[in-house]
Design a protein around this ligand. Structure first.
Ligand code: GDP
Ligand code: MG
Length: 134
């Protein structure tokens, strides 16, 4: 099934120079980056992106992190894109993420875990319009 998903290289990933490596991994997986841009989030957008986590103990740390530098947002399309982007990303905690995954290879902590990828069709539908129109 052809799907679209929302992916974001977090500020730690951008600062580590990993954007091109992530683009290459996404493309090698046969997925298409339809649109991509580097930007700085504002607080309202960051809190909306992570609204499902509002009230959790890590919410403020997470929002502060994604506001700490530039991010790269992507609209990714392809067969089973949502699940495949989650596989490429790896487990949330880099210490538990498999080698060969983006977080397993490059993540330094659960906050600084390099990448965000929507976790379901519902999340993708909520997140994509925050960044990409049409
Ligand atoms: N410090 C901290 N950060 C967390 C924790 N759980 C999640 N996060 C952060 O919040 C982001 C969103 O959480 P979640 O949706 O559960 O994970 P994801 O979908 O794998 O990114 C994660 O990517 C982490 O950066 C936690 O227990 N502690
Ligand atoms: Mg999530």
């Amino acid at each position: 099934m052809r799907e679209r998903t929302f992916v974001m290289v977090k500020p730690d990933g951008v600062a580590k120079g990993l954007t091109d490596e992530i683009v290459a991994r996404v493309e090698r997986a046969g997925l298409k980056i339809v649109s991509m841009r580097r930007m700085k989030l504002d607080r309202g957008l960051a809190e909306e992106l992570y609204s499902v986590h509002r009230g959790k103990d890590f919410f403020e740390r997470l929002v502060e992190h994604v506001l700490s530098g530039e991010v790269v947002v992507m609209l990714v399309e392809g067969e089973l894109t949502i699940a495949r982007m989650r596989e490429l990303s790896g487990a949330t905690d880099p210490a538990k993420a498999a080698k060969g995954t983006i977080r397993g290879d490059f993540g330094s902590s659960i906050t600084e875990n390099i990448i965000h990828a929507a976790d379901s069709a519902e999340s993708a539908e909520q997140e994509l319009p925050l960044f990409f129109k049409g």
